[in-house]
Design a binder for this molecule. Structure first.
Ligand code: NI
Ligand code: MN
Length: 227
């Protein structure tokens, strides 16, 4: 699977030939000033919750590409009201088969107010199952015992976990989360974007490797291939 990082918690993952874009926050992220939002491809835009640092560029990209926004009912309806044509509302516990594979919405422990103050419902994470790969995109979340259910439910080859602390779990809890979901390969997200969430990269990688796991910290704009 081809993965491109656009900073903060924003990635595209190419699954079965479709571009899945997660939590686009680019134009407001000074670290991502080298990324051209107008060039990002998307067939689906998955939004974990309503916070601005996860939805900021979703409307513009959806309008340009015609991508389908997949999000909580409240977040999806917020974009519908803005005139986004293609949207698919979901909620925690549900799954839905799309043309690239299955999306299952799982619990995230966080909050989810939209930029104008309206409710984004509950925050969530996504479990993506396809014949290419199964992976977990955690969104913004604390470490939660519910993550064990994800590990029980499916073999996860790759997990996108927040590691920046302060607003989400930090490194130590992310190592435990990786254990709960029984996944040895983690791509870190939600770190370094602002002072509160700056991390020591070397120390973070060491903590994962001491637990027998790999932490991948992608460069903004970088594309990697993982199977
Ligand atoms: Ni958030
Ligand atoms: Mn956030």
């Amino acid at each position: 699977m081809k993965i491109t990082y656009y900073g903060h918690s924003c990635f595209t993952a190419e699954v079965m030939g479709k571009h899945l874009l997660f939590d686009p926050f680019i134009s407001g992220n000074p670290l991502a000033s080298g990324v051209d939002v107008m060039k990002i491809q998307a067939d689906y835009i998955l939004l974990s919750h309503g916070h601005n640092d996860h939805v900021a560029d979703a409307e513009a990209i959806a309008r340009r590409t015609g991508a389908t926004i997949v999000a909580s009912f409240e977040v999806a309806m917020w974009f519908k009201k803005k005139g986004v044509e293609n949207y698919h509302p979901m909620n925690i516990g549900g799954h839905r088969l799309f043309d690239f594979g299955k999306v299952k919405c799982v619990a995230a422990v966080h909050s989810s107010t939209l930029p104008d103050g309206s409710s984004g419902g509950n925050p969530m994470g996504f479990l993506i199952e396809s014949s290419d790969i199964n992976f977990y995109y955690a969104g913004d979340t604390a470490l939660t015992y519910d993550m064990k259910l994800i590990g029980d439910y499916k073999n996860i080859a790759l997990a996108f976990l927040p590691i920046g602390n302060n607003f989400t779990m930090g490194i130590d809890n992310a190592v435990i989360a990786a254990d709960f979901i029984r996944c040895d390969r983690v791509i870190g997200m939600h770190y370094d974007t602002e002072d509160f969430i700056k991390i020591d990269h070397k120390e973070a990688k060491q903590k994962f490797s001491h637990a027998g796991k790999e932490l991948i910290l992608m460069k903004i704009g970088e594309t990697i291939n993982l199977n």
